[in-house]
Design a protein around this ligand. Structure first.
Ligand code: BGC
Length: 732
């Protein structure tokens, strides 16, 4: 019987492998046969991506030029054309071209399409791959039913500089957390839905965009190969490993060569990582190589990019304009163009666009699914899991009783648009639930008083008196402060990331008026708010949480959800500390706080962050015990018992850090290598283990890739600066 079962399994396995091989060769044969029918101009058309300008007056239809280009097969993909109706219109034009090759529609679905999820930095704060996956899944579905085939996400730019406006879009400062996010979001975006629809994801921006000097957007990244490989590239590699369909290059140069044509990056991608998808430029980034001072002119830029391996030109028009003559002049071989076109055709085949170019356009489905109750409920739970409890004196939170009078104060307390944050594409008519609305629905029988107190920016304190009067009379004060939606994001770098305007002064007055004040800080980056950090009784960092912002905040305030998120990027105390990050090197003279020494300290400010990486509180307490570390068969195993000893159910983020003590290249003082959110009901305990494969210890050192063997310290930490347990060990 066992033998029969064995042979049956073997037969099924061989049959499946054959079928897969057949399918692979079918799709390749199909791509080759289409390619063989194409003129050079039609091929180059497939490498040309243009915007539909939908945000302006209406898409290309008003633009004779673009409509003609579509009809001539001169455009292979578009962005900023949204919704079944408009994508259908554009697709119809493209199908009228000689070969009728369908268009790809790409879109910046950064944290949701119609139902808006927390910004990616907040998703990173959840330290929970399932939370990240849920946000990606709903976003993929809403995009797909709106005619979109391709989401320009996840953004995987590790960054150590909160002045950089685009930290809001990314995973924060840690390469391991970023890699977990890359894997989780790639799988979740791209997994086909039951009806066969699926989207392509896009790992961007390749690479080291987050290394912009001074945190100024688009600035040069000047880094060592070690930093490139150990800090910036790991999440991209993870995305490639998990089969991400596309990459987008970055705007910046790396060591003197713009990423749009940097051979080092593309060799790494296609050869070392054996990447099978394609790469799109960033908006206009090919032509910008002229401005960088790298390319002589746009023609040379086209030549350099196509040779490097950049597949699609987004909004530079360099490929469309110059590749024909570059091929005729023999400067670019047609086989290079063929290879790029083939990459694009294969994706169109995988999306089944040749079978039915309109399969993503169905208005009924779009109307039924966007912003559905299920999607909103997913957004609410994801948002609640992204909120960090930074401070909670005298257990002010959670608020279990119903207050008779609530004062809701602050410029962000009833500001719908700001709840969504930056990078939302359907923002004309924001629908997010504000804090004030959620307070009203949570406490229908209480007296609710709303006072703005001040604006987000400016010096006007004239609203302080009314706000403090309202605070004085209330049983509970909710104070909502922070940044406006457009203060973080692309081209939104800031030289001063302190809480803007007079908001800190307002906070100080409110705390004096009523110590039962809960401060909610909203924004797209770690901000600096030293007075609040010192004086506030309780602080929740709520980022920009999206459609369900107010509801999610109240879920946490009332203790329906016990906060479990953690700091994904160190919060500085002072601008002068930036960049401040946890996985720094020790140096020969590590900083000592005491004055008068020759150590790597500042003489005027602390070198320590306000809130370190991994920091965050809970409404309950956890006790760690029975910790053992063992090495076995290519794995490092940490076993521990965790007990919830507090009064509430909740999740604890178990964090494992490593430090390689010495070797051929120095290594950071701590590196996060594994983590898990462990949920325990009050009083419950659990024994479990976390494994770290030795392969995760490999690093790029002075002599290239090293296997990571050597002497280590392993730590369990409450955060990167607070260790519960440490042990020295040898990795063979
Ligand atoms: C951004 C990309 C984005 C692209 C298309 C660029 O300015 O850097 O992240 O995907 O525009 O909108």
């Amino acid at each position: 019987m066992k033998r029969i079962y064995f042979f049956l399994c073997l037969f099924l396995l061989v049959a499946t492998l054959r079928l897969q091989a057949q399918r692979a060769s079918d799709r390749e044969a199909q791509a080759d046969s289409i390619l063989s029918l194409m003129t050079l101009e039609e091929k180059i058309g497939q490498l040309n991506m243009l915007t539909g300008n939908w945000e302006a007056t209406g898409p290309v239809l008003n633009d004779r030029n673009k409509a003609d280009k579509l009809k001539n097969g001169e455009i292979g993909s578009m962005l900023n054309v949204k919704g079944s109706i408009h994508t259908r219109e554009m697709q119809t034009l493209a199908l009228g071209s000689r070969l009728g090759i369908p268009l790809l529609f790409g879109q910046d679905v950064i944290h949701g399409y119609k139902t808006i999820f927390p910004i990616p930095l907040a998703l990173a704060a959840s330290f929970d791959a399932e939370v990240m996956a849920l946000a990606a899944r709903v976003s993929a579905r809403e995009a797909a039913v709106s005619g979109i085939h391709w989401v320009f996400s996840p953004m995987l730019d590790v960054s150590r500089d909160p002045r950089w406006g685009r930290v809001m879009e990314g995973p924060g400062e840690d390469p391991y957390l970023a890699s977990v996010m890359a894997a989780s979001m790639t799988r979740s975006y791209q997994h086909p839905f039951e009806d066969g629809l699926k989207v392509m994801a896009c790992a961007k921006h390749f690479a080291a965009y987050g290394g912009a000097i001074g945190g100024r957007d688009y600035n040069t990244a000047d880094l060592s190969l070690q930093t490139l490989h150990n800090i910036y590239l790991p999440p991209f590699r993870a995305a490639a490993r998990h089969g991400i369909a596309t990459f987008m290059c970055s705007f910046n140069e790396i060591n003197g060569v713009p990423a749009s044509a940097n051979p080092y990056l593309y060799e790494l991608l296609y050869k070392d990582w054996n990447y099978q998808g394609f790469v799109v430029s960033d908006w206009g980034s090919i032509r910008e190589m002229v401005v960088h001072g790298y390319s002589k002119d746009r023609k040379q830029a086209a030549e350099q990019s196509v040779h490097a391996g950049l597949t699609i030109d987004m909004e530079s028009n360099c490929y469309a304009e110059y590749l024909p003559e570059l091929v005729t002049e023999g400067k670019v071989a047609e086989s290079i163009i063929d290879r790029a076109v083939r990459q694009v055709l294969l994706q169109k085949i995988d999306l089944k666009l040749f079978e039915d170019p309109f399969r993503y356009c169905n208005e009924d489905r779009e109307n039924n699914e966007l912003l559905s109750a299920a999607n909103r409920s997913a957004a609410r739970s994801v948002a609640a899991r992204s909120i960090i409890l930074l401070k909670n004196e005298n257990a002010l939170l959670p608020v279990k009783d119903t207050p008779r009078t609530v004062a809701v104060i602050g410029p962000l307390a009833d500001s719908r648009r700001d709840m969504d944050g930056n990078w939302v594409m359907l923002s004309n008519d924001p629908i997010a639930v504000t804090l004030l609305e959620a307070v009203r629905s949570n406490y229908p029988h209480s007296r609710i008083v709303f006072e703005k107190g001040c604006d987000i920016t400016g010096e006007d304190c004239s609203g302080f008196d009314q706000a403090t009067a309202a605070a004085r009379e209330a049983d509970l004060v909710l104070l909502a402060l922070g940044e406006a939606w457009d203060m973080s994001g692309e081209a939104r770098s800031k030289g001063d990331i302190s809480l803007p305007g007079v908001q800190q002064q307002l906070a100080t007055e409110i705390y004096k008026a009523n110590p039962r004040t809960i401060t909610l800080l909203m924004g797209g980056r770690p901000m600096i708010f030293e007075e609040i950090a010192r004086e506030a009784p309780a602080i929740l960092y709520t980022w920009w949480l999206g459609t369900e912002a107010g509801n999610a905040i109240m879920d946490v305030v009332r203790g329906e959800v016990n906060p479990s998120a953690r700091v994904p990027m160190s919060f500085p105390r002072h601008l002068g500390q930036i960049p401040v990050y946890y996985n720094h090197k020790n140096t020969g003279r590590p900083p000592q706080e005491s004055p008068g020494n020759y150590s790597g300290r500042y003489i005027d400010i602390s070198h320590k962050p306000r809130y370190p990486f991994g920091y965050g509180l809970s409404y309950t307490r956890f006790h760690y015990s029975d910790i053992t570390v063992s090495t076995q068969a290519g794995n490092l195993r940490v076993t521990l018992k965790l007990e919830n000893t507090g009064e509430e159910d909740g999740s604890e983020l178990v964090q494992v850090y490593l430090q390689k003590l010495w070797g051929e290249t120095t290594r950071p003082v701590r590196e996060l290598k594994q983590f898990r959110q462990v949920y325990l009901a009050r009083g419950e305990e659990q024994t479990f283990h976390l494994d770290i494969p030795y392969s995760d210890l490999a690093y790029y050192g002075n002599n290239g890739w090293m296997d990571g063997s050597g002497e280590y310290k392993i730590y369990l930490g409450r955060n990167a600066n607070d260790m519960i347990y440490e042990q020295q060990l040898h990795i063979p």
